[in-house]
Design a protein. Structure first.
Length: 558
């Protein structure tokens, strides 16, 4: 591709004395393997007919490189390029661009809060975040996967209030239970129930609300000082916080995700407070009714509180601390942060505030957002009200649908179904998850592609793949090889845009191209068996590589 660009660039320079960077696109196969509108771009500059310019470029480029089999002018001045068979084979051997080689990237995603249950949004951002991190690694970056969650804050105080109440700490005759009495397999669900109860009490019981606000200060007082964990309140807090992290780790292991570091809010809150207070004098933040705020209206945004009137840091200040802590820990070139869409305006204010005194950090930060996950026919749910769509609910729905469809229990297929259903849609919009569609072995699904890979490996087990590629390609063979050769270009586009759905679209189209080839062309026992076996191997390897980027297992058998 680069050699063809260079040939066109050289032709334009020699013919017209103009330096230009031609763009190549992928037209429908009937028109060629690449196309460029460089003649149309030049027509205005040269005040010449675009068709004459295109013809001149075609004549000059023709024969300049062995990679071009034919080059022709079409329409009002488009140039269509047909590659040689050798060039098509070489495309399948090419390595992807290492455009981020030497760069350090911090990918922050999932971000669940301790003391709360993992919901479908956490599953979604974990899947998308993993795929984006994989793309960045494929481009040569050193990627650090991290996770940020609130181990301090009002949600913790609400949970702690319910825990203390239900263990009997508010009873006049003393508490009757110990935190260790909660069965291990019930702890995550139990904590979620405490949060719901505490939230309802905060909203409806004035006395409980007052006590929760007091507990909020007590939780903050456990940080950043090294606490005496033998004190009962501290003991309960640290014990239940550890339960949350154990629960997170178990779930991430289940879905094949691994984080290098958890950033609890308590570890970055003090840095955030210090940073915000330092910049009050410089006019970035200001006092308002006893709180410290950033007024974003002059930037087309809105005002947000960074330190409340009680002197406690808000989420905004903790995010300020996180940005600087990540830079200190990793000295990143790029920081990717993935959250739900509801965080978009919030993050705009936080980043605009930080931009006033650390613009380089903000310019290195890419904030990506995604929509809500709903089951088909479902509605948006809330962990505060207890009607949350949990992450395990999505996996259970997929498992049940797969068992109904196949009679089997296969975790790799269930995960492949869920991950692909999430990733095939462009990141940003809401996801309506249909379990039965996601596990189908027909149509645009993860299991369909997993089966396609297993089927190709089955064919390869029956043939010799040591054949030569020197034979002239026939029609369907050429179409398949042409599609395989597009893989690196698609990966580069997905990486540049941080959009994994491009990989999904390509893999589905690739599988369809193979199916058309295989319907019309026998492989095993054909006189062209060795060449076609090479094609099947290239196809299977490409499928496996693409599925790996998506975090999906490519099984040898199904």
């Amino acid at each position: 591709m680069e050699q063809i660009k260079d040939a066109i660039k050289a032709a334009v320079k020699e013919l017209f004395g103009i330096d230009i960077e031609p763009e190549l696109t992928r037209p429908d196969e009937q028109f060629g393997d690449y196309a460029t509108n460089v003649a149309l771009q030049l027509a205005g500059k040269l005040n010449q007919d675009s068709k004459e310019i295109a013809q001149a470029i075609c004549q000059h480029v023709k024969g300049s490189t062995s990679h071009i089999k034919d080059i022709q002018m079409a329409g009002p001045g488009f140039i269509n390029i047909h590659l040689s068979d050798t060039a098509l084979w070489e495309l399948t051997e090419a390595k992807s661009k290492q455009s981020l080689k030497g760069k350090t990237v911090v990918a922050e995603y999932s971000d669940p809060n301790p003391f709360k249950v993992l919901h479908a949004g956490h599953l979604y951002t974990s899947v998308v975040g993993d795929a984006i991190a994989n793309l960045l690694e494929a481009a040569g970056a050193e990627v650090h996967r991290v996770n940020f969650g609130g181990d301090v804050g009002l949600h913790v105080a609400k949970t702690m209030w319910a825990i203390l109440k239900n263990l009997g700490y508010f009873a006049t005759n003393g508490h009757s239970k110990k935190i260790e009495d909660i069965p291990k397999n019930e702890r995550a669900e139990w904590l979620s129930e405490q949060y719901i109860e505490g939230t309802n009490a905060y909203d409806n019981d004035a006395e409980a609300k007052e006590l929760i606000l007091e507990l909020n200060h007590r939780v903050y007082d456990l940080h950043p000082k090294e606490p005496n964990k033998d004190i009962e309140f501290a003991h309960i807090y640290w014990t239940t916080r550890e339960w949350s992290y154990e629960y997170f780790n178990q779930f991430y292991t289940l879905i094949g995700t691994k984080f290098e570091k958890y950033y609890p809010e308590s570890e970055v809150a003090e840095l955030g407070i210090t940073t915000v207070k330092e910049h009050i004098q410089k006019g970035v933040f200001e006092e308002s009714e006893g709180a410290i705020v950033f007024k974003g209206e002059s930037y087309g945004l809105h005002t947000r509180v960074f330190i409340n009137k009680e002197g406690l840091p808000t989420y905004e200040t903790k995010d300020v601390g996180l940005i600087f802590q990540k830079k200190k820990d990793y000295n990143f070139d790029i920081s990717v942060v993935i959250t739900g869409n509801e965080q978009e305006q919030y993050m705009q204010v936080v980043l605009k505030a930080v931009e006033q005194f650390a613009p380089d950090l903000v310019h290195a930060t890419k904030h990506l957002t995604h929509g809500i996950v709903k089951l088909k026919g479902g509605v948006k749910m809330s962990s505060r009200k207890g009607n949350i769509l949990r992450a395990v609910d999505v996996l259970s729905a997929a498992e049940e649908a797969n068992k109904k469809a196949t009679g089997k229990k296969d975790n790799s297929v269930v995960l492949g179904a869920v991950k692909y259903a999430f990733l095939k849609q462009r990141t940003g919009g809401d996801i309506i998850y249909n379990p039965s569609e996601s596990v189908a072995l027909e149509g645009n699904s993860g299991p369909y592609l997993q089966y396609a890979h297993a089927r190709a490996r089955s064919i390869l087990s029956k043939v010799d793949v040591k054949g030569s590629t020197s034979h002239t390609l026939e029609g369907d063979e050429r179409s398949l090889l042409r599609k395989i050769g597009q893989y690196n270009e698609v990966v580069e586009q997905a990486t540049s845009e941080l959009m994994p759905h491009h990989i999904c679209t390509y893999l589905y189209e690739l599988a369809q191209t193979f199916n058309r080839f295989y319907e019309q062309n026998r492989v095993v026992g054909d006189e062209r068996e060795q060449l076609r076996a090479r094609l099947v191997q290239k196809y299977a390897d490409t499928l496996k590589s693409g599925l790996k980027l998506l975090g999906i297992v490519a099984p040898e058998k199904m």
